[in-house]
Write a protein that binds this ligand. Structure first.
Ligand SMILES: Nc1ncnc2c1ncn2[C@@H]1O[C@H](COP(=O)(O)OP(=O)(O)OP(=O)(O)O)[C@@H](O)[C@H]1O
Length: 266
């Protein structure tokens, strides 16, 4: 199956999404093209995870359509979807005792035939991903013995080994110190650009979004949203409305950053 005529990797058309009593998005349309890295921002509980799960085909939309690589998502078998789309979930929990290398190799499962084992090339991919995420020294260590940040990086390594065209990332920088946050975003953005992938990343760190994201989706609540290029969407006015607290833009001549200026009384 080839990409769609205009190269769109993942497309939402007129998508309406709810969960429980929460209206996440009404009539949402967006198209993720090769090389684009989208940021998904909004307050706690607004529905970022739910929207990512919907785009992955794991939560049903109330209406609208999702197209992956030019074809309706619902028409594609899960195994085919897993070769094209991968999701990093918000929390990393390992239920089975396996080494970090074996855990990273799970990313190759969508490509293996029944009863077949991972090849040397698969193992090389796993070791490369562990190297890229600074985990090679832990290759033989049990995944049950990792710190929160190490577990997070192992989950990302597994996603890189899965090597899908579309990456859905739910707060990938959770549990990571600042150096590891920019380190893993450098790796992810590097892969997206070099290999013409597309990504959507839910996150709360607005200043990482300004550094790394080409496009932004803002979820305001009650189904309201806006989407577009980062420089148009990420303004102090939009962010103040989004989070319900005053956000200021600070410019030191080299970089512009957003700073929380305090609550209503400040
Ligand atoms: N299975 C469920 N049934 C009903 N409501 C749910 C369910 N799962 C989540 N919710 C609710 O749906 C809303 C959206 O949750 P979601 O996890 O998508 O938000 P989020 O924007 O990712 O939040 P956060 O920033 O806190 O991670 C929340 O109010 C949550 O309590």
């Amino acid at each position: 199956m080839g990409a769609s005529a205009d190269n769109t990797l993942l497309e939402a058309k007129g998508l309406s999404v709810s969960i429980g009593q929460v209206r996440v998005a009404e009539d949402l349309s967006l198209a993720v093209r090769p090389g684009e890295f989208w940021g998904l921002l909004g307050p706690n509980g607004v529905g970022k995870t739910t929207l990512l799960r919907t785009l992955a085909g794991l939560h049903p939309a109330a209406s609208g359509e999702i197209r992956l690589d030019g074809q309706a998502l619902v028409a594609q078998p899960r195994r085919a979807i897993a070769r094209r789309l991968g999701m990093l979930t918000q929390h990393t929990r390992y239920a089975f005792d396996a080494s970090c290398e074996e855990t990273a190799l799970v990313g190759r499962h969508p490509y293996l035939k029944a009863w077949s084992r991972e090849s040397g090339a698969d193992r090389a991919m796993a070791r490369q991903a562990l190297t890229d995420l600074g985990l090679l020294e832990l290759a033989d260590r049990s995944c049950m013995e990792l710190s929160g940040g190490e577990s997070r990086r192992l989950a990302l390594a597994t996603l890189l080994v899965q090597d899908p065209k579309v990456l859905l990332l739910d707060e990938p920088t959770n549990h990571l110190d600042p150096a590891n946050q920019v380190g893993i975003l450098d790796v992810l953005v590097g892969r997206v650009r070099a290999q013409n992938k597309g990504a959507i990343m839910a996150l709360h760190e607005v200043n990482l979004a300004t550094c790394y994201c080409t496009h932004i989706v803002l979820l305001y609540g009650r189904g309201e949203w806006s989407a577009g290029p980062t420089e148009q969407l990420l303004t102090a006015e939009n962010l103040s409305r989004l989070y319900g607290c005053r956000v200021r833009l600070v410019d030191d001549g080299r970089q512009t950053v957003f700073a929380v200026a305090g609550g209503k009384g400040y």
